[in-house]
Design a protein around this ligand. Sequence first.
Ligand SMILES: Cc1cc2nc3c(=O)[nH]c(=O)nc-3n(C[C@H](O)[C@H](O)[C@H](O)COP(=O)(O)OP(=O)(O)OC[C@H]3O[C@@H](n4cnc5c(N)ncnc54)[C@H](O)[C@@H]3O)c2cc1C
Length: 438
Amino acid sequence: MKIGKTQIVIVGGGAAGLELAAKLGRRYGRKHHDIILIDRNRTHIWKPLLHEVATGSLDANMDEVGYRSHCHRWGYRYFYGTLSSIDRAARQVHLAPVNDDTGREVVAAHTIRYDYLVLAYGSVTNDFGTPGVAANCTFLDSHKQADRFRDRLLDQCLRVSREMTANPASNARVRIAIVGGGATGVELAAELFNAADALGFYGLEVFDGSRLEVTLIEAGPRILPALPERLAAAAHHELEALGVRVLTDTQIIASTAEGMVTRGGEVIAADLQVWAAGVKAAPIAGGLDGLELARSGQVVVRPSLQSTKDERVFAIGDCAFCVLAGQERPVPPRAQAAHQMADVVFRNLGRLMTGNATVPFVYKDHGSLVSLSRFSTVGSLMGNLVGGKLAVEGRLARFLYMSLYRMHLIAIHGWIKGAALIVVGHVNRIVRPRLKLH
Ligand SMILES: Cc1cc2nc3c(=O)[nH]c(=O)nc-3n(C[C@H](O)[C@H](O)[C@H](O)COP(=O)(O)OP(=O)(O)OC[C@H]3O[C@@H](n4cnc5c(N)ncnc54)[C@H](O)[C@@H]3O)c2cc1C
């Protein structure tokens, strides 16, 4: 059957949106379709790498994908802009103007028509309105935020190092408080010690992990609630062995310039504070024209990943609220869910355009893996992969953890370029400095 020219607009070129744009572009190209990707950034970085960017263990500039060159290669169009609202009756998305850092307009506000719209604009950290958090804490939602954290970390390490050089008996420390004992908080805490040890190579000879005072604060009874208890306990033990103070059952009620305040009244003094607890949908200034939203702001979708209120609007990845049949909780905001949702929407768009019924999304939880930097990796494999639930640690877990990113590279670049980039990544790890120091 001949497919008519259809305009498919994807908002958000992250783990979900970029994979979908590449697939659609590759499958349909520009001849019969117009596939448009909108993102508020010029480049894509895979979000699970951000804690490594924040500590300098990874140079994001090496791993970024420029949308403009990517779209040229894969047959879709890219628009630089921020979604500000949608008009469902007119089937249009409205983009806010883009200004440069002096306030001069780069791209005027404009409108793009769609036949099908896929919302894939991700999530941001949820501070649950905790006083002082927005002003005093760093979030790890974007490349910019991760860079800012790294600059502050390096400045603080330099201050402490200078103080120690001037006064070798000094007890100066870099104090870092991290809220959230999920994967992001745990991975960041471990990565900080990797970075601190590496700083010794690059001129801060007096500095090492013993000069870090890292506190990881979790409101629940244990860290890593998504992992089996034994693995979470192993990670907890590993963090404490590195020198991390792990506080569970500890709720933060405020953040001040001095540090975090617990419900029990303790002030955890910190030079750097990170909030890595909870997610909510990224805000859209002008709203979503009556689409059904969950309390977290995510778009409620049917099993086909079409929004409940509009069959022409899909939502995938972290901005989708998808509770599958027989499940009580929504599909978790994870890269593997984003990847699987992109696959199903790719199929469903094809089916709709050829007059076929949509297929339902089935989430295959392949498990969770948490990297404690070079020190350890723990996780569990689930479901079809192992016919149940299997705890993994060490080299196998590390290999599987790295595989997630490799799969993303292959999904957005294809097998040949994806494989080449994996090799280049290995070479870079050998020839480039262990830390990004600028
Ligand atoms: C530090 C960290 C570590 C993580 N580690 C893991 C892990 O180990 N394993 C795992 O499975 N998951 C992990 N996650 C979660 C995972 O990154 C997300 O689930 C995944 O990236 C979601 O994909 P997405 O496409 O929905 O959103 P994103 O990847 O966040 O992409 C959203 C895109 O939308 C764009 N955008 C946002 N708002 C607008 C707008 N208004 N207009 C235009 N564009 C917009 C953004 O610029 C971005 O490019 C981690 C997350 C973080 C922050």
